[in-house]
Design a binder for this molecule. Structure first.
Ligand code: PDD
Length: 281
């Protein structure tokens, strides 16, 4: 079960993989990425992840890339690594070129992938729920594009850990609750599940879309609308969603107890529903 890397068609052990210093992803954050999870030796939601990767590149005017070829390469790499429960990371930068802010002329994009085992560091968190802090959202205006410019996310996560919490929730300057540092966010409020509408301020999460789909299947009422920090504090349930995160209940925010402080039934049911989808895909 080797942890492997791929760089522009070459596969190697992850520790041997290096990229050139003038990769634009390295110097400018001029790169997009995806993370795909596998369960029982099968990658989940592959089509959706590659569609979003393609969109991210189009939004940033990357040169046209044959996304099917990259998807095939990811599949080949994953097959070689033979890791049942893996995170497949795919990053595409605008290429390698002498440092200059403007886009380079016609050069090939640089494709990097890794396959690593997912280790559940805190196996109890789905039972106990997690605590979170809120933090001002200082990210750029296109959070709908999945770029590697993640410094505000990195700082948010570290602030949460430093505060003895698990994660951070971004809240805009004017009080609108956006999403987690690497996840989307739902609350149960007024008998409905509520989540931020798709906009340039959040990532259009693949897990978020799956949850919305599950809700419509189970006739759970949902509202995609803005809500503020006081509604977050008053919510009966709060949970994060994401590829690695799955459905993760939040039971404490900024030191305040959410609902009754226990994992709620909506989060529990949707986590089960999500795992059910994995098995049926
Ligand atoms: N993060 N919002 C942000 C800011 C994210 O970084 C992510 C995913 C999500 C959830 O999207 P999805 O359901 O498609 O995974 C929402 C990935 C996993 C990461 O950066 O590791």
């Amino acid at each position: 079960m080797p942890e492997l890397a791929y760089i522009n068609g070459r596969i190697m052990p992850i520790d041997d993989a290096v990229v050139p210093v003038e990769d634009r992803g390295y110097q400018f954050g001029d790169a997009v990425y995806e993370v795909i999870a596998s369960y029982g030796g099968k990658m989940f939601c592959v089509k959706e992840h590659f569609a979003r990767l393609d969109r991210s590149m189009r939004e940033l005017n990357f040169p046209k890339v044959q996304i099917e070829g990259i998807s095939r390469a990811a599949n080949e790499l994953f097959g070689k690594a033979k890791i049942e429960r893996a995170a497949v990371y795919i990053q595409i930068s605008r290429g390698v070129s002498p440092r200059s802010h403007a886009f380079p002329g016609k050069i090939p994009v640089q494709v990097v992938m890794t396959v690593r085992k997912i280790e559940e560091k805190n196996p109890n968190i789905r039972e106990t729920g997690i605590s979170a802090i809120t933090i001002e959202d200082i990210r750029w205006g296109r959070c709908d594009i999945k770029t590697v410019q993640l410094l505000p996310n990195v700082i948010a996560k570290q602030k949460a850990l430093d505060a003895g919490c698990y994660d951070a929730i971004f809240v805009s300057k004017d009080g609108i609750v956006r999403e987690g540092s690497s996840s989307n966010l739902f609350i149960l409020s007024g008998g409905k599940l509520v989540t931020h509408p798709l906009a340039t301020d959040i990532l259009p999460g693949i897990t978020r879309a799956l949850i919305l789909d599950l809700c419509s299947e189970k006739k759970i009422p949902v509202e995609e609308r803005f809500f503020d920090k006081s509604e977050l504090y008053e919510a009966v349930e709060v949970f994060l969603t994401g590829t690695i995160t799955e459905v993760l209940p939040v039971v404490q925010i900024d030191g305040r107890t959410v609902g009754n402080g226990k994992v709620g039934s909506a989060a529990r049911m949707l986590q089960e529903g999500l795992l059910g989808r994995l098995k049926s895909e």
